[in-house]
Ligand binder design. Structure first.
Ligand code: NAD
Length: 290
């Protein structure tokens, strides 16, 4: 078996996979690969599939498979697997980190001190305690966020059309019910035809004045121009995001110049521990095919 590792996994993975055959990391050898391992950087397009005549299995180390042309794979009999259960804690911790950093003014505090300023009076903080957190999507990651938010004394509400009851959140019958009550809104849906662009001008109009939005799901659930406008007007007080319409964002993205945006470069799943867990699942998948 020939295994092509196209993206960044834990450094121990090539050695672990050597038990299954030859492992290489050169995309130029795509044509030889039986198995292709990707995270989010490599897009498995129809062209990639056409350039890999021996390919039998694509493993996406991560949750979504929206970077893989599944129809093209299906047409060639190529199996597509992912590692959905591995990343929940890693992404939930980043969502909490963004949710804590904004009201605690961590970035402004740090940057101002680096500049020799002492803004003790100016940098007013607010607390998460007793605030309402609205979750859109309460699957694996949303659930981990709900547990952590409750430990901070937040009231957690959620909208998820496919979840009927939940131990850690009060479920609401519609997205609008969540939008109108949330002080913090955290997005944990996949990117689908229903969720693409779901946070637009009309949605922002329904939200509380000064809502803080955290996005660790997919950049395309947002209409960037509408969000930038809502940030400029103060309707949305701040946006903490790990995800972008493209990786990296286009330099013309209005969010790069909008006020009160806290950004990370799609590192939600990139904890050391998670990369090891993903590696374990990749090994398991290959073991079962032996
Ligand atoms: P999951 O499938 O366990 O949960 C997603 C939930 O969203 C499901 O319960 C589903 O019913 C719900 N949902 C679907 N459509 C919805 C809608 N229109 N409105 C509200 N809810 C809806 O997936 P997960 O593991 O929790 O991951 C969620 C998303 O997080 C992934 O699809 C992926 O896009 C993103 N993600 C990002 C990173 C990162 O690095 N930032 C890493 C992993 C996953």
């Amino acid at each position: 078996m020939k295994i092509l590792i196209a993206d960044a996994f834990d450094a121990s993975l090539p050695k672990r996979l050597a038990a299954f055959g030859e492992v290489f990391e050169d995309m130029g050898r795509l044509g030889e690969a039986d198995v292709l391992l990707v995270r989010s950087k490599t897009k498995v397009t129809r062209e990639v599939v056409d350039g890999a005549p021996k390919l039998k299995l694509v493993i996406r180390g991560g949750v979504g498979t929206d970077n893989i042309d599944k129809e093209a794979c299906k047409a060639k009999g190529i199996e597509v697997r992912n590692t959905p259960q591995a990343s929940s804690v890693a992404v939930a911790e980043l969502a909490m980190a963004l949710m804590l950093a904004i009201p605690n003014r961590l970035v402004e505090s740090h940057n101002s001190m680096k500049e020799g300023k002492w803004l003790k009076k100016e940098l007013k903080r607010t607390e998460l305690f007793e605030k309402t957190l609205g979750l859109l999507g309460i699957g694996l990651i949303g659930t981990e966020v709900a547990k952590r938010a409750r430990a901070f004394g937040m009231k957690v509400i959620a909208y998820d059309p496919f979840v009927l009851n939940h131990d850690f959140a009060q479920l609401k019958p519609s997205m609008d019910d969540v939008l109108k009550e949330a002080d913090y809104l955290s997005i944990h849906t996949p990117l689908t035809d229903q969720t693409r662009g779901m946070l637009n001008k009309a949605a922002f109009a329904k939200m509380r004045e000064g809502v803080i939005i955290i996005n660790t799901s997919r950049g395309k659930v947002m209409v960037e121009e509408d969000l930038a406008e809502a940030l400029r007007s103060g309707k949305v007080r701040a946006y903490g995001t790990d995800v972008w319409a493209s990786d990296p964002p286009d330099p013309s993205s209005p969010l790069l110049s909008a006020p009160n945006v806290l950004m990370t470069p799609h590192i939600g799943a990139s904890s050391k521990e998670n990369l090891l867990r993903i590696g374990d699942i990749v090994v398991e998948i290959l073991e079962k095919r032996k």
